[in-house]
Design a protein around this ligand. Structure first.
Ligand code: F6P
Length: 366
């Protein structure tokens, strides 16, 4: 750790449970093991652009292990290379490259390296800064679990627990009212969160983006249950799910975000379609941001601590521009560049899909 005396820590993109556990692990390891100062960068890349960077004390990062969110704040709208500075005459954002500002702020605070905690959007921004000479180590976060080259991101298991708890609760009201209940689950274009919480709660139908569904097959699965005396059906549906030959349901476009599409609303589309075709009573629940909140579960606290510690080990070994990842249950690292702008989707032959099918779960296929 000869040439690193001060590091910056930032959290970028959508928040998730376990961010504070990583901040704590990185900062405590830096201070107590390596005698390195830690600086907190506020609101992700926004803080680097706007020069909102402050020293962190040991006390600042104590007692935050179990706290949800991030003490540093975050933003999923600030890409330094393409930063929306104002709205143009045409109503569209005008973008500018803020990389020179970021480089000047990194220099001004004498940050020898930065630990960037984020998902693919943050790693895309980080890869750009690496190309400009900033020394970065990445730590993978997202409830979507869709980052390339890592089999797990912290935050995911907490979101699975939250979604499973919600599905369990929906189960009891579904059975009382003999209804088809749709539960819409986050995850963008990846079905991991829906798949795991759907299996954990015994959902009867699981709809994920990677397996386009046939509406007829979904309705038939509901009716088949009715015919067999099962008076209710639980459908776990990914926000990114789509009918075969159809498109995803877009909730909104965030023009100044590096990834402007926000998915959502598929459950409400399906409510009417299933009700009309089956004559059954159908309701929809959209879980939304509750999936990103709350206290991390124990395994996310452990994972976050291991990721944070390993990030510091990489810095100590002079390994920069790498992302901490988990492969075959072992911590290792890959170039940040190799995950930028990519998504890890559920493969069609994944063992979880086979297991779900074996217990009678329908994926809405013919
Ligand atoms: O990537 C995490 C995530 O929660 C996705 O599952 C979801 O599609 C998106 O972020 C929502 O983004 P926002 O917080 O901007 O609404």
């Amino acid at each position: 750790m000869k040439d690193i005396r001060r590091i910056g820590i930032m959290t970028g993109g959508g928040d998730c449970p376990g961010l504070n556990a990583v901040i704590r692990a990185v900062a405590k390891t830096a201070m107590s093991m390596y005698g390195v100062e830690a600086y907190g960068i506020e609101d992700g890349f926004l803080g680097l652009i706007e020069n909102r960077i402050h020293p962190l004390t040991y006390d600042d990062v104590s007692n935050i292990l179990t706290r949800g969110g991030t003490i540093l704040g975050t933003s999923n709208k600030a890409d330094p290379a393409r930063f929306a500075v104002r709205v143009g005459a045409d109503g569209k954002p005008v973008f500018e490259d803020m990389t020179p500002k970021v480089l000047a702020n990194v220099e001004a605070h004498k940050l020898d390296a930065i630990v960037c905690i984020g998902g693919d959007g943050t790693m895309t921004g980080a890869a750009n800064l690496c190309r400009h000479g900033v020394r970065i180590v990445g730590v993978p976060k997202t409830i979507d679990n869709d980052l390339m080259h890592t089999e797990i991101t912290f935050g995911f298991q907490t979101a699975v627990a939250t979604a499973t708890d919600a599905l369990d609760k929906i189960h009891t009201t579904a059975s009382s009212h003999h209804r088809v209940m749709l539960v819409e689950i986050m995850g963008r274009n990846a079905g991991w969160l829906t798949l795991e919480s759907g299996i954990a709660s015994g959902a009867d139908i699981i709809l994920i983006p990677e397996i386009p569904y046939e509406l007829d097959a979904v309705c038939e699965a509901c009716l088949r249950r009715s015919r067999h005396g099962k008076k209710f059906t639980i459908v776990a549906v990914s926000e990114g799910a789509r009918a075969r030959g159809g498109g995803q349901v877009i909730q909104r476009i965030v023009p100044d975000s590096p990834d402007p599409v926000r998915l959502g609303g598929i459950a409400h589309v399906l409510v009417d379609q299933i009700a009309q075709r089956t004559g059954l009573e159908v309701r929809a629940t959209v879980l939304g941001h509750v999936q990103r909140g709350g206290t991390p579960v124990a395994c996310d606290r452990v994972l976050a601590t291991r990721f944070g510690f390993h990030a510091m080990e990489l810095l100590a070994a002079g390994r920069f521009n790498e992302l901490v990842v988990m492969q075959n249950s072992q911590l290792t690292s890959v170039p940040i560049e190799s995950v930028a702008g990519k998504q890890r989707l559920v493969p069609a032959d994944h063992p979880l899909i086979a297991a779900a099918r074996a217990v009678g779960t329908s994926f809405g296929e013919k």
